[in-house]
Design a binder for this molecule. Structure first.
Ligand SMILES: Cc1cc2nc3c(=O)[nH]c(=O)nc-3n(C[C@H](O)[C@H](O)[C@H](O)COP(=O)(O)OP(=O)(O)OC[C@H]3O[C@@H](n4cnc5c(N)ncnc54)[C@H](O)[C@@H]3O)c2cc1C
Length: 503
């Protein structure tokens, strides 16, 4: 018989038990009604697909070719009416407060119908999560209440995330690389705020968002230690929109240039200033802003994996339908063995993408993960059942206190151990490149199976292929995510391994 001691030492051999089997460890702790929540949301997403996305997907894509300056206001209105922009905003900020852990399942659902439109819905949450990572509660509360008001009045208020610059894409996505990028967005401290100069490019939903979580730098020579995160609102003097990218796919979702020319941002809109964090609060992982970037990508990369899985599913469903309706060589395509093998492979690809983002979700639910606090049962049920009015009376008054802000930041960002950060970041990268690679594979296979029919715009399959490629590039290219996986979960097994070292 194996003794518990021997057993422990076997388990501690690489790969570590805690890094794998995330689902096995997380599932027993997850509140039961969360599964019910996910089911309700997925069926709501299916209705939205049938009533809104499917009828508009191809039309919107075509419209954006005819008019490259097209902005999807009609779609945004619909998404707003359906309540998607407040669905996952916590009740403490006036949102509907559905469990964030359900987000990726909803994303997969919408992306299976059109990933461009799914982005019109979800980019907003990328901006929101970035603001949330700062746990600067009074700013977040102000922005979220405007989003809620926008839903009530029918004037949508969305949030974008602006990090990428003309000379720095991958570099600003990865904590260890940021000093190598050629960042130019400079913020100079002046009385009462900052003056910002510089450009941001490829900002999803930039032109149609009201608020922007902007990353700027107070010293361009050492950006990693001088990062600033600001909440910028449309209409601020010196802030304007530039080019609207004429891109290959996901054309429903605009990618914008944001221009800052002597733009004054008041101190009250500073989400995080890395220089003002006392050294005692900085850990081995480095700057607070960098910890926040980790926090954001741990949520956003699995979400992009879910987009990819949705694309893989959309392509598979198209191919399956085609094979069931089309005769080749005297019999239905679906009855040819080679087609059956291809469909089985495509089905497997969907499952592989889904398992990867689920596992990343479960990793985020384990100790030190960004969802773990929210999954403590009393916290979960309190947030779920306590009426909004009670929250507004008993919690909102504390938002301005430093202690409350500090507590939330400890719980959600700084309290994360390095070990948990590596696990969650590694899994986030696996989910990202697995899901998006599967999306790309299935969209190619679907076209192969459909032959010339697959190339016709009206069939929808060539659009899926065009949409799918973009997913491999944003949220850190898939190459970068492979390196991050190596860095987080593989390198530590080999002491000689070095990652992101300068040549
Ligand atoms: C449709 C779309 C929407 C986007 N939305 C947003 C948004 O909302 N907000 C935002 O801030 N940004 C956004 N981006 C920008 C996106 O995050 C960047 O495009 C991405 O980080 C890659 O940067 P890059 O395009 O500059 O490529 P580069 O960084 O120039 O990379 C070029 C190539 O070099 C490789 N490479 C670069 N550095 C390394 C390295 N150190 N090691 C190994 N390989 C490396 C890359 O893998 C890639 O193959 C969006 C991009 C797209 C396409």
């Amino acid at each position: 018989m194996i003794t518990p001691k021997e057993n422990k030492s076997l388990l501690e051999r690489e790969p570590r038990f805690d890094d794998s089997y995330c689902s096995m460890q997380a599932i027993p702790k997850i509140p039961k009604s969360q599964l019910k929540e996910t089911r309700i949301l997925v069926s709501y997403a299916r209705r939205f697909n049938d009533e809104v996305i499917r009828p508009l997907a191809l039309k919107t894509d075509l419209k954006s070719f005819q008019d490259p300056e097209y902005l999807p206001w009609d779609l945004i209105q619909k998404v707003n009416e359906w309540g998607f922009y407040t669905l996952f905003i916590p009740k403490i900020f006036g949102g509907q407060g559905w469990a964030f852990t359900s987000l990726n399942y909803v994303i997969e659902e919408l992306a299976s119908a059109c990933v461009g439109i799914a982005n019109v819905v979800f980019v907003h949450y990328l901006g929101f999560v970035t603001m949330l990572g700062s746990w600067n509660i009074s700013v977040i509360n102000k922005v979220c209440r405007e989003v809620k008001e926008g839903e009530r009045t029918g004037n949508p208020c969305l949030i974008s995330l602006a990090i990428t610059e003309p000379g720095a894409g991958t570099d600003v996505e990865e904590v260890e690389l940021v000093d190598r990028g050629r960042v130019t967005c400079f913020a100079e401290k002046v009385k009462g705020g900052y003056i910002v100069n510089g450009n941001k490019i490829f900002i999803s939903m930039g032109h149609v968002s009201t608020w922007h979580a902007l990353v700027a730098y107070t010293d361009l020579k050492k950006p990693s230690e001088n990062t600033l995160m600001l909440a910028v609102k449309n209409g601020m003097k010196g802030f304007s929109f530039g080019k609207h990218e004429d891109k290959m796919g996901q054309r429903a979702c605009p990618a914008s240039e944001l221009i800052f020319q002597d733009c004054f941002v008041p101190d009250e809109n500073v989400l995080v200033d890395s220089r003002t964090v006392p050294p005692s609060q900085l850990r081995e992982t480095g700057e607070l802003v960098n910890q926040i970037i980790h926090y954001v990508v741990e949520a956003s990369r699995p979400a992009v994996g879910a987009f990819g899985t949705g694309v893989a599913r959309g392509a598979y469903e198209q191919a399956l339908k085609f094979a069931g309706e089309t005769a080749v060589d005297g019999k239905l395509l679906i009855n040819h063995e080679w087609a059956q093998i291809m469909l089985a492979e495509m089905y497997k690809n969907v499952i592989a993408g889904r398992l990867a983002y689920c596992e990343a979700n479960f990793s985020n639910s384990l100790k030190g993960g960004i969802f773990s606090f929210l999954q403590i049962k009393p916290v979960y049920y309190y947030m779920k059942y306590v009426p909004q009015a009670v929250i507004d009376i008993f919690i909102v008054p504390f938002y301005k206190t430093k202690l409350f802000n500090w507590f939330m930041r400890q719980v959600f960002v700084e309290g994360q151990s390095l070990e948990a950060q590596k696990r969650c970041s590694g899994w986030a990268s696996i989910a990202k490149f697995m899901g998006t690679d599967m999306g790309m594979k299935n969209s190619q296979m679907a076209i192969e199976m459909m032959g010339q029919a697959g190339l016709r715009h009206e069939q929808g399959c060539e659009k899926i292929l065009r949409d799918s490629k973009l997913l491999q590039i944003y949220e850190g290219t898939n190459q970068l995510n492979r390196l991050n996986l190596f860095n987080c979960l593989i390198a530590r097994c080999i002491p000689q391994a070095r990652v992101f070292e300068e040549e």
